[in-house]
Design a protein. Structure first.
Length: 99
C-alpha cells in the first residue's frame, strides 16, 4: 500500500485514539501507545512509528516497512516481517516463571 492510501484509509479502528479535530492530549496518547508497542517490539529489532495520526509504520532493521492501518494489525505485520508467529501475551511467560 502506498503512503497516501494508508493516510486516507486509517483512523477508523477502536484502538485509534486520535481522530481529525481531536485535542493534543489525544495525539499524545497515540504516541504513548507507540512507545508501549516499541517496548515489546524492540526484542525483535522492529520499530513502530506514527504516520500522520492515521496509520502506523512498522520497520525492520533491514529497512523493510509495512504501513498498518490500526493497532491490532501491528502484530500480524510483525509476524510477516519475522516469518514466524508472534503472541505478545505469552512473550514474558518464561521471565515470570523463573524464581
Amino acid at each position: 500500500m502506498c503512503g497516501m492510501c494508508g493516510l486516507l484509509g486509517g483512523g477508523r479502528h477502536w484502538s485509534n485514539t486520535v481522530a481529525a479535530g481531536e485535542s493534543v492530549s489525544a495525539r499524545r496518547q497515540r504516541y504513548v501507545q507507540v512507545a508501549h508497542a516499541n517496548r515489546v517490539l524492540e526484542s525483535f529489532r522492529l520499530k513502530l512509528a506514527d504516520f500522520h495520526g492515521q496509520s502506523f509504520v512498522l520497520s525492520s532493521p533491514t529497512g523493510a516497512q509495512i504501513i498498518v492501518e490500526d493497532f491490532m494489525q501491528i502484530w500480524k505485520a510483525a509476524e510477516t516481517m519475522l516469518g514466524r508467529p508472534l503472541d505478545p501475551l505469552t512473550m514474558f511467560a518464561e521471565d515470570e516463571a523463573q524464581p
